[in-house]
Design a protein around this ligand. Structure first.
Ligand code: ADP
Ligand code: ZN
Length: 210
């Protein structure tokens, strides 16, 4: 199954991508994580992306399209995949179509902006493996330490409130039109993501089977 998760930053795409990954045994692919990894390794892609990312802007389409092309060509994507954070603009969606990739379903996770502001200020991510936590909703066992790898968990630079506002505005203008794009293609499933993680997961699984 080839899936796309849509939704605002902080809607819980990453968390639900992991749930689907376990459920369907297909890889979850996050362009955000790939870019952060590239940044950490000091590669050219990372350097190109850094200033955009820090300001809450989108990395240019041609950069992320190249990233996703490379990633989807890998062996583990043969039986399907979950895209988390791609596409984020109409040209990115068109590029995916142009690659000849037939997406089965697009699940859009809906969360109100106020709730997102609240969530992202409490989000912590592992600076080593990228695992995601929340000070209120999903704390790591030891404060500041990743459960999975023992790395340090930190507030992402782009999770600071002013940057979150910018990301939300970018989302509404550039990414939200994708709902229409995939609705017209008959692929869109909308899921309510306001409540607890497990409630959203149940709805996501239902949407997969619908
Ligand atoms: P979130 O979904 O919480 O905003 P991500 O980790 O998916 O976080 O993305 C963080 C940042 O990485 C984005 O603000 C953007 O700068 C960059 N990025 C990730 N995916 C894309 C994409 N498909 N197109 C453009 N920029 C992207
Ligand atoms: Zn970790």
């Amino acid at each position: 199954m080839k899936l796309i998760l849509l939704g605002a930053p902080g809607a819980g795409k990453g968390t639900q991508a992991e749930v689907i990954c376990d459920y369907l045994n297909i890889p979850a692919i996050s362009t955000g994580n790939i870019i952060r990894e590239a940044l950490k390794n000091g590669t050219e892609v990372g350097l190109k992306a850094k200033s955009y990312m820090d300001e809450g802007k989108l990395v240019p389409d041609e950069v992320v399209i190249e990233i996703i092309k490379e990633r989807l060509a890998k062996d583990d994507c043969k039986n399907g995949f979950i895209l988390d954070g791609f596409p984020r603009t109409v040209p990115q969606a068109e590029a995916l179509d142009a690659m000849g990739i037939e997406i089965d379903k697009v699940i859009d996770i809906e969360v109100a902006d106020e709730k997102i502001m609240q969530r992202l200020s409490g989000r912590r991510v592992c600076s080593d493996c990228g695992a995601s936590y929340h000070t209120m909703y999903k704390p790591s066992k030891a404060e500041g330490v990743c459960d999975k790898c023992g790395g340090k968990t930190v507030l992402r630079k782009d999770d600071h409130p002013d940057t979150v506002k910018e990301r939300l505005s970018v989302y509404h203008t550039q990414t939200e039109p994708l709902k229409d794009y995939y609705e017209k293609a008959g692929k869109l499933q909308i899921v309510e993501g306001q409540e607890e993680v497990k409630d959203t997961s149940a709805l996501v699984i239902k949407a997969l089977e619908a």
